[in-house]
Design a protein around this ligand. Structure first.
Ligand code: GTP
Ligand code: MG
Length: 292
């Protein structure tokens, strides 16, 4: 995980334990900015980080010890990651049933993430129903049905090609009638055209009136994840994000870009294909991984 950025920081700070290596201030800025850019952090975010870092080290004169640079860099990144509103603790949902709609383009991990969250909620004694509202992709209904039966939660489904909004609506009615705590609504990541996809998502949102709309983004695609999110944000709006596939994200910069650019709460991070490969977002955890 994050080998790209991690190894560069390890190399940069390798002699910092002795505390003797000294670096010129102007060199620090370029070096750190390049490492961030190579990790696929977008230019804007990389620039903000280096500027704020420079503001910290400016007090140290023209030259600075590497271990101090490391400390200041950690401080700077912590500051950036703490600028987003905290994510809701979904175990303490303010309403019943609590309806969560998952959006995102195809393959980002929506259905897998829904199964992880369903499993997490179940383990915490919550009652959950899934809405198989991806009626477009062949095999999508079967996929979520199989996951639902593995976890032991009901899946509300209609036939392939049917109206996704009415699946979501039925799942919510089902939940209301049976005192179920959560409705997790899956959605398609691809339709005939992007416009159809956006229109369909708008309709699901209008009909299901989700309490929380979550954008699922694939961290492996780095900055493009942010571009995708921007389109959905402008067209549909969402409340929080989940970043998936961190376990296979070799570069490591997507987290920083998404957090800094979107300023949305990060509900969870996906760290593998299993039901338990889901962690809460914790700036300390991330920084520990990229700057060991
Ligand atoms: N390594 C890894 N793989 C993941 C993670 N999350 C999802 N995947 C994999 O990504 C692939 C796509 O996941 P899905 O959950 O089907 O993605 P989706 O967004 O529902 O895709 P569509 O239904 O086509 O829109 C699957 O092979 C998942 O196992 C993760 O955190 N780590
Ligand atoms: Mg899916």
């Amino acid at each position: 995980m994050f080998e790209g950025i991690k190894n560069k920081f390890i190399k940069l700070f390798k002699s910092s334990t002795s505390g003797t290596e000294i670096i010129r201030r102007d060199e620090v800025e370029n070096t750190i900015r390049n490492i961030l850019l190579e990790a696929d952090v977008d230019y804007d975010t990389a620039q903000i980080i280096t500027e704020r870092l420079d503001r910290r080290i400016i007090k140290s004169g023209r030259k600075i010890e590497m271990d101090l640079v490391k400390e200041y860099l950690k401080e700077t990144i912590t500051e950036i990651l703490n600028e987003i509103p905290p994510a809701l603790d979904i175990l303490n949902a303010p309403k019943k049933p609590y309806v969560i709609l998952f959006l995102g383009i195809n393959g980002t991990g929506k259905t897998t993430t829904i199964s992880k969250i369903a499993s997490y909620l179940r383990k915490n004694g919550k009652r959950v129903v899934l809405a198989a509202a991806d009626t477009f992709r062949a095999g999508a209904i079967e996929q979520i049905s199989a996951l639902g039966s593995d976890i032991g939660v009901n899946v509300i489904k209609h036939t392939a090609g049917s109206d996704p909004s009415s699946v979501a609506f039925d799942a919510i009615e089902h939940a209301k009638a049976r005192d179920i705590d959560y409705v997790l609504v899956d959605s398609a990541g691809r339709m005939q055209t992007n416009k159809n996809l956006i229109d369909e998502m708008r309709k699901i949102k209008r009909v299901a009136k989700p309490d929380l709309t979550v954008m699922v983004l694939d961290s492996m695609i780095g900055q493009d994840a942010y571009n995708q999110a921007e389109v959905f944000m402008n067209e549909i709006k969402f409340d929080a994000v989940i970043l998936t596939k961190l376990d296979t994200d070799a570069r490591g910069g997507a987290v920083l870009t998404i957090v800094h650019q979107l300023k949305k709460p990060v509900l969870f991070l996906g760290t593998g294909q299993g039901f338990d490969d889901l962690i809460k977002f914790d700036p300390k955890w991330y920084i520990g991984k990229i700057i060991p």
